[in-house]
Write a protein that binds this ligand. Structure first.
Ligand code: NAP
Length: 265
């Protein structure tokens, strides 16, 4: 048997799935595969997976391509959030230009069930327009909305008259939020019961959510169904082409096939 030195896997992360994959790969492949998890650096205290963790943007496609070359990366797994479309596109272009194998680990999308009251919209701007229309029809009463789209994209919502928002963040905020915003702090995953508690406690009338898919943030959707709360559901951006799996176990098989088959020669 020929045993080669360890292979280097770049794991684009920022999701629970990426952490789960780094942990599983560490357990399963040990020193044969070195996992380098890359985080954008948006969260102050991110979960810390085994292996190496690097933080911050690469500097576009060219920066990522240079990183792949300089760091002798053998393969890429894109386990970023389904709405992180830019880094996924960069990963495809950089992997293509370096001729490296690339896998997308994508969450399975959510399906609508009986009792769900979803209004599906195309993007964040369309969601803000839908909120504005609802606020306009609310006969001067204030609307209470749970806005669960991440802190980066809330701006277009905050100026809409007649709406109060609940925003949930992982890190406490330093700045005082606008008068119509209440910040609650929490790191998921949350159970359905906990989400029912949050929606009830804050008298939420509408939930705004990205159609993120997967299990981690699904309990809030189940809670809205239980409480018959309408959901403005923002559709996913188009997915990148390429090998795609939805489970960590399938990603492990891909790693085994692409990076460690020579162990068995
Ligand atoms: P994005 O719009 O696709 O990417 C914007 C830029 O951020 C990229 O061009 C890249 O900068 C940098 N970047 C993004 N992800 C990176 C990573 N994993 N490692 C290194 N650089 C990264 O991404 P986003 O929507 O802002 O999301 C940022 C991160 O948060 C992602 O890792 C994603 O998995 C996570 N996240 C996103 C959401 C969401 O709703 N978008 C939700 C939960 C978690 P350069 O061009 O300089 O390389």
């Amino acid at each position: 048997m020929i045993r080669r030195s360890s292979k280097r896997l770049l794991l684009l992360g920022g999701t629970g799935e990426a952490v789960a994959l780094a942990e599983a790969a560490h357990k399963y492949f040990g020193k044969d595969v070195e996992v380098i998890t890359s985080l954008a650096g948006r969260t102050r205290h991110p979960l810390s997976p085994p292996g190496t963790v690097r933080m911050g943007g690469f500097g576009g496609v060219d920066g990522l391509t240079a990183f792949l070359r300089d760091e002798n990366i053998d393969a890429i797994i894109d386990a970023t959030h389904p709405f992180a479309a830019q880094i996924s596109r960069h990963a495809r272009l950089a992997a293509e230009s370096e001729g490296l194998p690339r896998l997308i680990l994508a969450r399975p999308p959510w399906q609508q069930h009986a009792g769900d009251k979803w209004t599906v919209v195309e993007d964040v701007s369309a969601a803000a327009a839908a909120v504005s229309t609802l606020a306009g029809k609310n006969l001067g009463l204030r609307l209470k909305i749970f806005l669960t789209i991440g802190s980066q994209e809330v701006e277009p919502f905050l100026a809409i008259a007649g709406v109060d928002y609940i925003l949930r963040q992982i890190d406490p905020v330093k700045e005082t939020p606008p008068a119509n915003v209440q910040i609650i702090i929490g790191r998921g995953p949350f159970t359905r019961e906990k989400e029912i508690g949050t929606l009830t406690q804050h008298k939420v009338q509408i939930l705004v959510s990205k159609a993120s898919g997967g299990t981690a943030t699904y309990p809030k959707i189940e809670a809205a169904r239980t409480l018959e709360i309408p959901v403005i559901m923002i559709s996913r951006p188009p997915v990148e082409t390429g090998d795609t799996v939805t489970e960590v176990s399938a990603a492990l098989e891909w790693i085994e096939q692409k990076l460690t088959d020579e162990r068995h020669e």
